[in-house]
Design a protein around this ligand. Structure first.
Ligand code: HDE
Length: 695
């Protein structure tokens, strides 16, 4: 600031004026008129009333008063980033979509990640589904893949969406709780809607508390169609696989992160891109034909079902790299308008009733939010390919169409006639046969609600199963009504008896309810699907992760230096957490800058911690409650802990010295930092969990 502005011209009232100078433009009104005084309104007399004549004040307030637009009715809280998609190979045998024709070709993308239930200002780590919406600016128009980080959904028919969302969001009379499903209305609705139970298993799993937006998968959810230039079509399901690996936080961490850094996910994405550590995902497809669809155990049009990867493998077809942050949050992240109807030649919709409803809802919502059918002219929404049509006018028309013709057919000379359709290169709907009676109905092939929910559960590791049980117990314990808690247990009985009885015990239920009546007898023959577990698909790398290093005055310079080098070699980052933000002096007397003061940098915001107090500095840390929490939480959250001998006093102060395990790695010298980083590649030391978490 000091370099850009000259703080001169003190006003009569002592206010600061910053005059335009070298390199700074002259401030103007929105009409372009230069402004002489941006500090004072126009008054009749020095202490007199402000004059209505002050067009500069009026326009400034007018613009300010209208800064807000309606937030998204769901997915209000989000974070956007830009980058490119690189196509691996020629897919012309299965789709004529232009984006998939040439190996190595890059297409610009905009991605917006989001939570679902919370309002725009809510925290980043509620237990919730995450949105994963991608706009591909292809040469043949925008393609929006508006997916989630969970491959199934709560409901099967768009008719139920408003009910689901009403039940999940804050209760209407009291306006709370926000950004969480741990309340009666949500559990009342979903337990009366058995088609939700598969999604509930995912939502109660660690998928719903990702460590970072960079470490989660994405799914198109519905079956779509690929269509090739011969008009042949196959079904396709889209998957995003993070090349950073999958990783989640633990629930107790999530609760604390929301307080310590409500922008945890936003900040992580922003910082990793700014640091050049670009997040990458592979786009994969499960392609299958009508014969497979006919013989598959479930209806491929039912969005509460997956097709296990072991049954139809995911074929990687390209890679997405997010390498640019947005220029402006409002202009891009807030105004980006995803529409499931935005598909391109070579891709087509399926009859999934959820998708069919979405195709109406997204376009409709843009009009409410952005206020004009011309929202496609907003830069983030504008196609990057030529656009020619005869649609016109409306609020905020941004272009000046020329010429006399705005209709077609017309008989004007070709150069004045305007655009014409092109059957060879234009979008063609795949000619799927349609027959039947017009009726409001749910297909019987959608009736099996429990079998895949069970399959999901049995595919989890024991640790993940524990987390699912605790999540059910946590959420249902927030329900005031006993009958709602019992109803959920009655559904769990149709999936897994142990799960049901453990949750019942966790809730302190006196009597076990009967199993819920099932529309179809649940199957127990579906095999485990290892692809559904996060831990079985863990990163085995510490790249892109962050270590919090707790230091005191006199921190061992050699150990610190080696730790930093080793972490940098691994592609991980380090943050110095010190008693004050002024930093400390190391054992060589050199200053070490702090990134966080200890109470602003709790261990929950790091993937692992290193405790490097000196012999002289450790006593002060051991007397400080937040420094003790730093260690206690890191231990309770099964983090890897590297420590110097002096740090044992910190362990003593919280009574865990006798419990130290292989996840705690002593630094007797600089070279021990290597063992620490090696251990960190497992991300957490899970064997500790049962010892520290009793409920
Ligand atoms: Fe959405 N959804 N949705 N949804 N959805 C919206 O569109 C809707 C569904 C998803 O970052 C809204 O622009 C209906 C499934 C994402 O801007 C709205 C139904 C999936 C985003 C809407 C669904 C999603 C939205 C709100 C049931 C995963 C955020 C604002 C038929 C495949 C996009 C907006 C962004 C946003 C409607 C179900 C994902 C109201 C009616 C299933 C990622 O139009």
């Amino acid at each position: 600031m000091a370099e850009r502005f000259t703080f001169t011209n003190r006003g009569k009232g002592g206010e600061t004026h910053q005059s335009a100078g070298q390199g700074t433009p002259v401030m103007t009104t929105p009409q372009g008129a230069p402004i002489a005084d941006n500090q004072n309104s126009l008054k009749g007399g020095t202490r007199g009333p402000t004059l209505l004549e002050d067009h500069i004040l009026r326009e400034k307030l007018f613009k300010f008063d209208h800064e807000r637009i309606p937030e998204r009715v769901v997915h209000a809280r989000g974070m956007g980033a830009k980058g490119y998609f690189e196509n691996y190979g020629d897919l012309s045998d299965i789709t004529c979509a232009d984006i998939f024709q040439r190996a190595g070709e890059q297409t610009e993308v905009f991605v917006r990640f989001s939570t679902v239930a919370g309002n725009k200002g809510s925290a980043d780590l509620p237990r919730d589904v995450r949105g994963f919406a991608t706009k591909f600016y292809t040469k043949e128009g925008n393609w929006d893949l508006v997916g989630n980080n969970i491959p199934v959904f709560f409901i099967q028919d768009a008719m139920k969406f408003p009910d689901l969302v009403h039940a999940a969001k804050q209760e209407p009379d009291r306006g709370f709780p926000q950004a969480q499903t741990a309340h009666d209305n949500f559990w009342d609705f979903v337990t009366l809607t058995p088609e939700s139970v598969h999604m509930l298993m995912w939502a109660m799993s660690d998928r719903a508390i990702p460590r970072s937006l960079r470490f989660m998968e994405g799914f198109g959810v519905h079956s779509f169609r690929f269509v090739n230039s011969q008009g042949e079509s196959k079904f396709v399901k889209f998957h995003w696989k993070p090349l950073q690996g999958l990783q989640s936080v633990v629930w107790n961490e999530a609760l604390k992160i929301n307080g310590a850094d409500p922008d945890f996910h936003r900040r992580d994405l922003w910082e990793s891109i700014q640091n050049g550590d670009y997040p990458e995902w592979e786009l994969g497809v499960q392609v299958f034909d009508d014969d497979f669809a006919d013989q598959f155990e479930f209806d491929i049009l039912d969005a509460t079902k997956i097709i296990p990867e072991e049954q139809v493998p995911v074929r990687p077809i390209g890679k997405m790299v997010l390498n640019r942050v947005v220029d402006n949050f409002f202009a891009e992240t807030e105004q980006v308008a995803f529409c499931t109807q935005n598909i391109v030649r070579g891709i087509d919709h399926s009859n999934d009733p959820l998708l069919q409803g979405r195709n109406f809802s997204y376009l409709d919502t843009q009009l409410k939010r952005l206020g004009s059918p011309n929202f496609t002219n907003i830069p983030v929404n504008a196609p990057r390919c030529p656009v020619h049509h005869l649609l016109q006018d409306g609020h905020m028309t941004m272009k000046n169409p020329t010429g006399r013709v705005n209709y077609e057919p017309n008989s004007w000379a070709p150069e004045a006639a305007g655009p014409r359709e092109c059957p060879e290169t234009g979008f063609q709907s795949h000619p799927t046969p349609v027959e039947g009676v017009k009726e409001r109905v749910r297909s019987e092939t959608f009736a099996d609600h429990y079998s895949q929910a069970r399959q999901f559960y049995i595919s989890q590791t024991e640790i993940e199963k524990r987390h699912i049980k605790s999540a059910f117990v946590f959420e249902l314990s927030k329900c005031e009504r006993l009958d709602i808690r019992e109803r959920m247990v009655s559904h769990l009985l149709n999936m897994d008896k142990d799960l049901a009885s453990d949750v019942a015990e966790g809730l302190g239920l006196k009597d076990m309810p009967d199993a819920a009546e099932a529309a179809m007898t649940p199957r127990t023959d579906l095999p485990e699907s290892p692809a559904l577990s996060i831990l079985l698909n863990g990163p085995k790398s510490f790249k892109g992760r962050k270590v919090g290093v707790l230091v005191s005055e006199g921190v061992d310079a050699a150990i610190f230096k080696k730790l930093r080098e080793t972490l940098e070699g691994e592609g991980a980052r380090l943050a110095v957490v010190a008693p004050t933000i002024g930093g400390v002096k190391d054992s060589d007397g050199n200053p070490l800058a702090a990134d966080e003061k200890v109470d602003g940098g709790p261990s929950v915001i790091f993937d692992a911690v290193a405790l490097l107090p000196s012999d002289d500095g450790v006593d002060d840390l051991a007397r400080d409650a937040t420094a003790r929490d730093f260690v206690d939480d890191a231990f309770a959250h099964c983090k890897f802990i590297g420590y110097t001998p002096a740090a044992r006093k910190l362990f003593d102060s919280i009574g865990i010295t006798a419990m130290l395990d292989d996840g705690c790695i002593p630094f007797n010298g600089p070279d021990d930092t290597g063992k620490f980083i090696e251990a960190c590649r497992d991300v957490r030391y899970w064997p500790r969990e049962e010892k520290v978490d009793q409920f």
